[in-house]
Design a protein around this ligand. Structure first.
Ligand SMILES: Cc1cc2nc3c(=O)[nH]c(=O)nc-3n(C[C@H](O)[C@H](O)[C@H](O)COP(=O)(O)OP(=O)(O)OC[C@H]3O[C@@H](n4cnc5c(N)ncnc54)[C@H](O)[C@@H]3O)c2cc1C
Length: 694
């Protein structure tokens, strides 16, 4: 960690040159700004969020409570005796005048919740709410008739801010921080949550070029849903609204995900050691000349002509990589006309006209976005026979299953470590599903390797199964997609004259990088269309340009002062938290040489037997990596309970559950009600039995 004089040394640094990490190529840097040194505060005794002692230990309050015994107990400063199990509730005091509480009215106005003025909330004194800790406050708000959880969380955030008396908007901007996180998507948010819980005395800055937390979801196409169940996209400690948590097969829509990030942001805003800066871009960063740490250049996007400023990060965490440079904008489509659209604009299509007899829609791109577009069109009335789905590869998808079921039997487990070996050997597939006994009998087959080509498609056994944009599907989607006419080829031309026409080359292999296969006219085909929806996705060339190490699996992701979380760990569910804990373990010297050695071995194994652009294998990799992560996290109990993935049931070779307690861990961190899950499963089994009997 840099000392004060080191920090000051690079206040003089006005120019960044070689060794700089460039997000934008040829970005010219003009340095300005400086950093006021904040003394490094020793890490105080911290109580993890998941430590039972924490729930017994209420938040510190700013003034003594005049409320009931329970509220008073909750309001006492730490350390406090555990709260009584049965709480005797006293009604909240109505504002002095018995009418509308003026402070409450202003607060509700400030957070755009004036519609709540009509309810009992408006007559409640703000001062009373300020006496409650967050949990008690959320419960109180519910009782006061604030039905929606995001609203309750928003109000709780505003009340906390009012209590602290330091609204985020006027908080003094820092020029240095212990941690600077670039990217406010799920990865950055998860790491931040972990640091907030376990590094309470450290300062954190999140930087993002978008307007709020949420990452790529903020500009996703409107009909997008999580491809997996919502519970699996839970950041531990942040609850989804009750109706969503109760529906264990719920898959959140874009707007629900954005709302979820909103509740996280509302909580983050109450943290005095965290600052979030939006509409700012980091074009470059580089190692500080002396003494560790990183210099981060920050451009205000609202004021692009302003000189960029420099911030100092003792540790820089780069969470930009998983969707960086991706949609929008997409790779430019070949040729253009009003009937050529991107998935975000699908709502512009006049569906009855598009679905009329003789009309044809070409959906280009065989990944998750293409699959979503096809499903969306069919569910909105476009007949399946009007659609032609053009794709470069017959991509494979996973089968959607409840994560907590991953432990039910070997058959249901996420993956088998043999998958990489078996899938890459390109042996026999049936309907895109590998046929090996080892996969069918011992896990993996049920969740991996489903391609959506119709069963009689000539290229059904294609080795291209190992290229995928994948995602998860259920049986209904699979059946729907397999009805669609599908063509495998590279789009090489696109023209439009009254009707559109794309030219594809079915000789896909000839277009591979460095391929020596000749391209011939004989393999080209014309496909006419009335509408084309370009779902050809992310431009990987953008990633290459970024000069960012994208999810590289090596210990190099962790080095003094710099952290690149691994993409497929960081992005999913607790990935951010897991990565955050890795970072803390690294800082605290808890990632031993032995663990690092095992990690390198695992990395070598996966690099040899699976490819980077392969979702089926990616899930296998995820399973292995997450199992490994669990093992790493359990090597210390310094930070409390480890997070366990729904996939982390090593070694998979056994037909029995290997870690019977694993399911409980999954219930815990995904906030799933175990009893409800059991009851649902019972009802499902009964229904199934009834069908079988009849
Ligand atoms: C259609 C779809 C469905 C999905 N469904 C699931 C699912 O069901 N379950 C699941 O676990 N995952 C799912 N995912 C994967 C999902 O991408 C990840 O779970 C996760 O949301 C990625 O988060 P991230 O933080 O890594 O990246 P992002 O969300 O892309 O966040 C990166 C952030 O960095 C910012 N940024 C980038 N460069 C800069 C810069 N230079 N300066 C400042 N800011 C910058 C960006 O603005 C962005 O906010 C899905 C993805 C897609 C596309």
């Amino acid at each position: 960690m840099p000392k004060a004089d080191t920090v000051n040394t690079w206040m003089a640094c006005s120019r960044l040159d070689e060794g700089e990490y460039c997000f934008r190529q040829k970005q010219k840097f003009v340095g300005s700004g400086g950093f006021a040194h904040n003394p490094y505060i020793a890490n105080a005794q911290e109580i993890p969020r998941n430590d039972p002692a924490r729930s017994a230990q209420p938040l510190q309050r700013t003034r003594p409570s005049t409320r009931s015994a329970s509220a008073a107990a909750a309001a006492a400063p730490a350390p406090a005796p555990p709260a009584p199990a049965v709480v005797e509730k006293a009604p909240l005091a109505v504002s002095a005048a018995g009418g509308v509480d003026e402070q409450m009215r202003v607060l509700l106005q400030q957070i755009d919740c004036t519609h709540l003025m009509a309810g009992p909330l408006a007559t409640t004194a703000l001062a009373d709410l300020q006496k409650l800790n967050r949990t008690a406050l959320l419960a109180e708000l519910k009782e006061l008739g604030v039905a929606k959880l995001p609203e309750r969380q928003k109000i709780a955030g505003a009340v906390a801010k009012a209590t602290l008396g330091t609204p985020m908007a006027v908080k003094k901007s820092r020029f240095e921080a212990d941690y600077i996180i670039i990217g406010g998507g799920m990865t950055g948010t998860g790491i931040c949550a972990e640091l907030l819980d376990y590094r309470k005395s450290k300062t954190i800055i999140i930087l993002d070029r978008l307007e709020k937390l949420g990452g790529h979801w903020l500009y996703a196409y409107p009909y997008v849903h999580l491809h997996n169940f919502t519970s699996y996209y839970t950041l531990y400690g942040y609850r989804w609204p009750e109706h969503i948590e109760k529906d264990l097969e719920h898959r959140a829509s874009r707007d629900e995900i954005i709302d979820y990030f909103g509740t996280i942001q509302a909580d983050f805003e109450t943290k005095s050691n965290l600052e979030m800066r939006f509409h700012v871009e980091v074009p470059t960063f580089k190692a500080a000349p002396q003494g560790g740490g990183y210099i981060v250049t920050v451009q205000d996007l609202k004021n692009p002509s302003a000189e960029p400023v420099q911030l100092f990060a003792r540790t820089l965490i780069d969470c930009t990589t998983s969707r960086m440079g991706s949609a929008p904008p997409h790779k430019p489509m070949i040729g253009s006309c009003p009937q050529n659209i991107y998935p975000n604009n699908i709502t512009q299509m006049d569906i009855p006209r598009v679905g009329a007899a003789g009309k044809r829609v070409a959906v280009i791109g065989g990944g998750k976005t293409g699959a979503d577009a096809v499903v969306h069109l069919v569910r909105n009335g476009v007949p399946p026979q009007s659609i032609v789905w053009v794709k470069k590869y017959d991509l494979s998808f996973g089968k959607r299953e409840k994560p907590q079921d991953a432990f039910a039997s070997a058959e249901q487990r996420a993956a088998n470590p043999l998958c990489p070996l078996l899938l890459t050997s390109h042996l026999k597939f049936k309907n895109g599903v590998p046929k090996f006994w080892s996969l069918e009998g011992r896990g993996g087959s049920r969740r991996l390797g489903y391609c959506v080509l119709p069963p009689d498609h000539p290229k059904n056994d294609s080795p291209y199964l190992n290229h995928t944009g994948g995602g998860m599907l259920d049986d209904e989607e699979l059946t729907l997609l397999r009805q669609i006419e599908q063509v495998i080829g590279v789009v090489v031309d696109n023209s439009y004259d009254k009707r559109g026409c794309i030219t594809i080359d079915t000789n896909v292999a000839a277009y591979a990088k460095g391929s020596r296969i000749a391209k011939t006219a004989a393999t080209k085909e014309a496909i006419t269309y009335d509408w084309a929806v370009w779902c050809h996705g992310y431009s990987f060339s953008n990633y290459e340009k970024l000069n960012a190490k994208r999810g590289k699996m090596c210990m190099g992701m962790l080095q003094p002062g710099l952290f690149y979380p691994i993409n497929w760990w960081g992005s999913a569910s607790q990935g951010g938290r897991i990565m955050g804990r890795f970072l803390m373990m690294y800082e605290d010297g808890l990632l031993s040489g032995r663990i690092q050695f095992k990690f390198i071995l695992l990395q070598k194994f996966l690099d040899k037997y699976s490819g980077p652009f392969n979702t089926a294998l990616l899930y296998t990799r995820s399973a292995l990596m997450e199992s490994f992560a669990y093992y790493v996290l359990t090597t210390t109990n310094k930070y409390g309970r480890p997070y366990r993935s729904g996939m982390a049931d090593v070694p998979w070779f056994s037909k029995d559950e290997v870690y019977p307690e694993a399911k409980d861990d999954v219930y815990w961190y995904l906030h799933i009600d175990k009893e409800l899950d059991k009851e649902n499963d019972r009802l499902k089994r009964e229904k199934q039995k009834a069908i079988e009997v009849s």
